[in-house]
Every structure is written in C-alpha cells, then in structure tokens.
Design a protein around this ligand. Structure first.
Ligand code: XMP
Length: 178
C-alpha cells in the first residue's frame, strides 16, 4: 500500500491504462495538426512534465517543446486562483501552431488564464490537452480540446501530480484518502 505523509493512496488509473490513452491522444493530435510544419508543444511545470514526455513521443509530427513554469498550490490542496508566471516560454509563437499541455483541469482558472496569456501573442492555432479533467469542480467556462480521463472530485497524485512535491514519480494516478 502506497502512502504519502501517513495518508493512504488508492489507485485510480493504472499505468497501462494511461499508456494506452496517451497513445490515443497522440493519434488525435496528429490528425488535427496533420498539416503542421512545426508544432510547438508547451507544457506547464511542474505537473505536466511526465505526461508531456510521454505524449510528445506519441505525436509523429515535427515539433519543438517548451515549458511555462507557473506557481503551484505549495503544500495546500486548494487552488488560489491567483496564477504567477515563474518562467515564460523562450520561443516566439506568433503565427505558429501551439499545443498547451497540463496535467489536470480542475477549477479551470489556471489553464484559462494561461490560454489567454498565449492567445494574445497571436499563434495561428492554439489547442489544449490535459491528462485529467475534474469537470465537476469547474469555476470558469473553459474546457480542453483533448482530455485523457474525466476524474471525480478527489485529490490526486502520481504521474507528475504532487502533494507538497511528493508523489510525482508514482507511475499511476492515485487518490489521497481522507
Ligand atoms: P485549476 O484549479 O486552476 O488547477 O484548474 C489546475 C492546477 O492545479 C493543480 N491541481 C492538482 N494537483 N492534484 C494535484 O496534484 C490534484 O488533484 C489537483 N487538482 C488541481 C495542478 O497543478 C493543475 O495544474
């Protein structure tokens, strides 16, 4: 039984199921960006790093990667809804085709704000991809173009998601039990 800080973790999504779904997402992205000469995949640090590493290897198109580092929850389990850019992307996305990748869409505050932050730089195409979607928690009108799994309103760790920086290296997605 896996634990973090004495709390038990229950397996929600198995490693093999993630692998299978990431392959499918790769096919969907390839289909929509088939004419792209050079796709730019932008990941949100730190949570998206594992998902993005697996996803880009399933997209058989010429692409470049970059990362945006946005401030996280810290030790807390609640979003502040007050996003801070710790590090911007280095690449100029004007007129370029961009795929924005995050680990989880929860209230939607983060991705909606980052989407706008990138959109005003005038990319020719901007789509969003998340591994997990906690739809029932949404506070703003925002949905991702590609979603791996819809998940219930539980605090999740693993496959890049953390609780106070722990748990990112777990190969599956786990719920932290109360
Ligand atoms: P919002 O609420 O802005 O949140 O959509 C998106 C960001 O919040 C983090 N997040 C989580 N992190 N387990 C985590 O480890 C969770 O259950 C969870 N829910 C939200 C995540 O960093 C995401 O980018």
């Amino acid at each position: 039984m896996e634990t973090i800080r004495g709390k038990r973790l229950s397996l929600l999504i198995k490693e093999e199921d993630i692998k299978k779904r990431v392959k499918e997402l790769g096919r969907e992205v390839e289909r929509d960006f088939a004419t792209s000469k050079e796709l730019i995949v932008v990941g949100l640090l730190k949570g998206a790093f594992i998902f993005m590493a697996d996803l880009v290897r399933e997209i058989k198109l010429p692409l470049k990667i970059d990362f945006l580092w946005v401030s996280s929850y810290g030790q807390s389990m609640e979003s502040s809804g007050n996003i801070k850019i710790v590090k911007d992307i280095d690449v100029d996305i004007e007129g370029r085709e961009v795929l924005l990748v995050d680990d989880i869409l929860d209230t939607g505050l983060t991705l909606k704000e980052i989407y706008e932050f990138l959109r005003i730089r005038n990319p020719s195409k901007l789509k969003t991809c998340v591994l997990l979607d906690k739809k029932e928690r949404r506070k703003v009108d925002f949905n991702a173009d590609y979603v791996g799994f819809e998940v219930p309103n539980l605090f999740l760790v693993g496959y890049g998601l953390d609780w106070g920086e722990l748990g990112r290296n777990l190969p599956g997605v786990y719920a932290v039990e109360d």
